[in-house]
Ligand binder design. Structure first.
Ligand code: NZQ
Ligand code: ZN
Length: 385
């Protein structure tokens, strides 16, 4: 196992009715900005529950954060924050809203230039507004991690800072009942690939992390289809298991002490930035291709994955690996997400553009050993056609 330091101070309030815990988490005299997206929280009653929980606190709202949050939208919140002297941000939404709120938290206190420098120039963030989250879409893990992704002019770029980790997160599985099938699928697939990016690398004898990861993968494989099936989709236990899996998939726990890949994500971000493809639907295309092209360097872990997650024990090693990759793709297909670039109308003529973007963003040494050069990325993209 590799050395690590692990600290995740986000308080989690999990379960039906837990939105009321906001009252215990946010200081009574705080001036709160409630941040949300396109308005789903007003239709499904979550907004009213949040406002009830805020009680007598002074609050204002900032809405319109779009999926794959846009820089130009986010900075529109800054005058309101200044005028009202907001001192607490409450993000109510999925990964886009929470990521957007993280960026706003940093931008509101940033004085050393244009807020975009925080991402583009990795400018130092030494203070940020405190932030809480009410999660409405289990997927990204953003509710208890310190990272975010923001888009500007087609450049979709990640940022991270420990000051941006939410102080608390409310995870009420009931709020996920209003999700569309598309967003349910996206959430399950994103969480699945998060686990895989941290699991399917090379063996460092990290038994606990491996078994935690395998447990999460098996839970997602079991609960994902149930969350789409009309007979089981409203079962709160199904939603709860999916929700907690997604949080644990990217809260730092399974990342501690193991190598990490993230190639599928970095290529996926370019597909979203260039062609506006849902985040998870980029991963269901890029990840199987990474498995295929990197099967030799990931060999030991692929065999472990085949046996422990899919119970594949028959055949020689190559046959078992083939089977594990096939079962992974089949799982994605069951979740109704694309597994090929052709399914999103992209072909070989788009590969150069994608590679150029990756190069522009410095993504030229990807993977757990930083040995995925643009030439190897090309092969991965070709495998995804
Ligand atoms: O805008 P609203 O009205 O909130 O509607 C959203 C949006 O249209 C809707 N939705 C959310 N909760 C709902 C709901 N509709 C009905 N009922 C509910 N309960 O779902 C749509 C998609 O929401 P979005 O927040 O964009 O989805 P997701 O949670 O998948 O977030 C994706 C973003 O997170 C980033 C992605 O790149 C992408 O920008 N990621 C963030 C990560 C992180 N912070 O660690 C890691 C991930 O790998 C990922 O990159
Ligand atoms: Zn992701």
């Amino acid at each position: 196992m590799l050395n690590f330091s692990f600290h995740n101070p986000t308080s989690i309030h999990f379960g039906v009715g837990q939105i009321e815990k906001i009252d215990k988490e946010i200081p009574q005299d705080a001036k709160v900005l409630v941040i949300y997206g396109g308005g789903s929280i007003k239709k499904n009653g979550i907004f009213d529950q949040v406002i009830d929980a805020l009680g007598g606190r002074e609050w204002a709202e900032f809405s319109g954060i779009e999926p794959n949050p846009n820089y130009d939208t986010l900075i529109k919140s800054l005058p309101l924050i200044n005028d009202m002297q907001v001192d607490y941000l409450l993000a109510v939404g999925g990964g886009s809203v929470i990521d957007g709120a993280k960026f706003i938290a940093a931008a509101a206190k940033f004085e050393a230039g244009e807020p975009w420098d925080i991402i583009a120039k990795r400018a130092k963030v030494s203070q940020a507004l405190p932030l809480g989250a009410v999660l409405t879409l289990p997927a990204t893990g953003s509710e208890s991690n310190s990272s975010g992704v923001v888009t500007r002019n087609g450049h979709k770029l990640p940022f991270t800072n420990k000051l941006l980790r939410p102080q608390f997160a409310v995870l009420d599985p009931q709020v996920t009942l209003s999700l569309s099938d598309r967003q349910i699928s996206n959430g399950i697939v994103d969480a699945f690939v998060h686990v895989m990016e941290q699991y399917l690398t090379y063996d460092v004898n990290a038994k606990v992390q491996d078994r935690f990861s395998e447990g999460l993968l098996m839970t997602l494989i079991e609960e994902g289809p149930k969350a789409l099936n009309s007979e089981t989709k409203d079962d709160l236990d199904v939603r709860a298991n999916a929700m907690w899996s997604a949080t644990l998939a990217l809260n730092g726990l399974i990342a501690a002490g193991v190598p990490q890949d993230w190639t599928a994500h970095m290529i996926g971000h370019e597909l979203t930035g260039l062609y506006d493809i849902d985040h998870a639907r980029t991963l269901s295309i890029t990840f199987p291709a990474v498995m295929k092209v990197r099967r030799d360097v990931k060999r030991d872990k692929l065999l472990q994955y085949a046996e422990r997650v899919w119970h594949v024990v028959d055949g020689n090693e190559d046959q078992r690996i083939d089977k594990a990759i096939e079962l992974t793709e089949n799982f994605f297909k069951t979740m109704n997400v694309p597994t090929r670039l052709s399914e999103i109308d992209l072909d070989a003529t788009h590969i150069d553009t994608i590679l150029e973007k990756l190069q522009q963003h410095g993504m030229v040494a990807l993977g757990e050993r930083r040995e995925i050069t643009p030439d190897i990325t090309r092969i991965i993209l070709e495998a995804a056609l």
